[in-house]
Design a protein around this ligand. Structure first.
Ligand code: TYM
Length: 345
């Protein structure tokens, strides 16, 4: 991909991120995304989207999709996003996303999309049977972000390549249309021990909604008993916890559990090791289970409370969509003007 110059963008800072309503959220989504959403909301203007248009790139039962969208909004709020401070909205309620995505489809190159590893992972051997939407998914993601000229995007590590593509699209648009600094070169916010939470069954595979084994992940809706059992049964090696981070790096399952402890407790991995080095999993796993239960229990009970009152969630989503549209419309209008589209009446 292209080498990019420093961005001459001088507009305000703004945060955008999104989660797909394609199934129950897990600990990876919570630590990789939601916790960061909360931390950022009082530092910058934040927009948190439920990306239902991305979700339908794989089949979604229409009878469930709207409820799943509400559930993600409930998860945002239950995790601590305050809808009076941050904007929470469904992507499909702001049609400007699709319009900008079309323009970006004509900016992005097929060669760029051919290199996207997530498309290859998701369609596996059946490329012929994948939707065109799945192929062009990262272009819609770039449109989500740049429709608001977002400067910062909190995500897990698996989104790094999509964020690089977003920067490439912004840079190529600015260059091709001679509009220096029109779109910002967005910064991903990925750092932290929760950026890549791995499967509890395999320390080399990402914790994922699509893993057929429910034992591989902790869902935000799991009760205390299920969480403890999953952690107790998590795959490990026979050795006690190591003294050093270097040794930890060679032991993926131990590294993952220490990483989860670190992200959940706010301690560094080094200080977790200081506390548990030389101890077996018989000591470490129950301590980890207690910590995860203590942190997630209020989130899942708040989610249940919110889901019992869908009208309240719908009000949040409607107000969020209205605000999002008011930010998006002038940016899309300016983009269309630059492209040379027929002016609005
Ligand atoms: P989604 O719904 O697949 O994931 C939502 C968020 O969870 C993070 N995540 C993880 N973080 C740490 N460890 C894991 N095992 C793990 N699994 C998932 C993801 O990185 C993501 O932050 N393409 C996006 C949705 C999207 C988006 C956007 C994000 C659409 N438009 C614009 C940011 C900006 C996605 O993967 O969603």
């Amino acid at each position: 991909m292209t080498e990019q110059p420093a961005s001459p963008y001088t507009g305000p800072t703004r945060v955008f991120s999104g989660v797909q309503p394609s199934g129950a959220l897990h600990l990876g989504n919570y630590l990789g995304a939601l916790v960061k959403f909360v931390a950022l909301q009082r530092q910058m203007e934040c927009l948190y989207c439920v990306v239902d248009m991305h979700a339908i790139t794989a089949w979604q039962d229409p009878r469930l999709l709207r409820a799943q969208t509400r559930e993600i909004a409930a998860a945002y709020i239950a995790a601590g996003v305050d809808p009076s401070v941050a904007t929470i909205f469904p992507q499909s309620a702001v049609p400007e996303h699709a319009e900008l995505a079309w323009i970006f489809n004509c900016v992005a190159r097929v060669g760029w999309l051919d290199r996207m590893t997530q498309f290859k992972d998701k369609c596996g051997k059946d490329k012929e049977g994948a939707s065109v939407g799945l192929y062009t998914y990262p272009v819609l993601q770039a449109a989500d972000i740049l429709l608001y000229k977002a400067t910062h995007v909190p995500v897990g590590e698996d989104q790094k390549q999509h964020l690089e593509l977003t920067r490439d699209i912004a840079a190529k648009f600015n260059h091709d249309f001679d509009a220096p600094g029109f779109f910002p070169l967005t910064e991903p916010l990925i750092e932290g021990p929760g950026a890549r939470v791995m499967s509890l069954r395999d320390g080399t595979a990402k914790m994922s909604k699509s893993d057929p084994s429910d034992q591989s992940r902790i869902n935000l809706t799991d009760d205390a008993d299920a969480i403890s059992k999953k952690i107790r049964r998590a795959k490990t090696d026979p050795l006690p916890l190591p003294e050093t981070l270097d040794e930890l790096k060679t032991r993926p399952e131990a590294d993952n559990l220490v990483g989860i402890y670190s992200a959940m407790s706010g301690q560094t991995k080094a200080s977790v090791l200081e506390q548990f080095a030389g101890q077996g999993y018989g000591v470490f796993k129950p301590a980890l289970a207690d910590l995860v239960v203590e942190r997630l229990a209020p989130v899942s009970s708040e989610m249940r409370r919110l889901m019992a009152d869908p009208a309240e969630i719908d009000r949040v989503l409607a107000a969020g969509a209205e605000h999002a549209r008011s930010l998006a419309a002038p940016i899309l209008a300016a983009t269309k003007e630059i492209v040379g589209f027929w002016p609005a009446a």
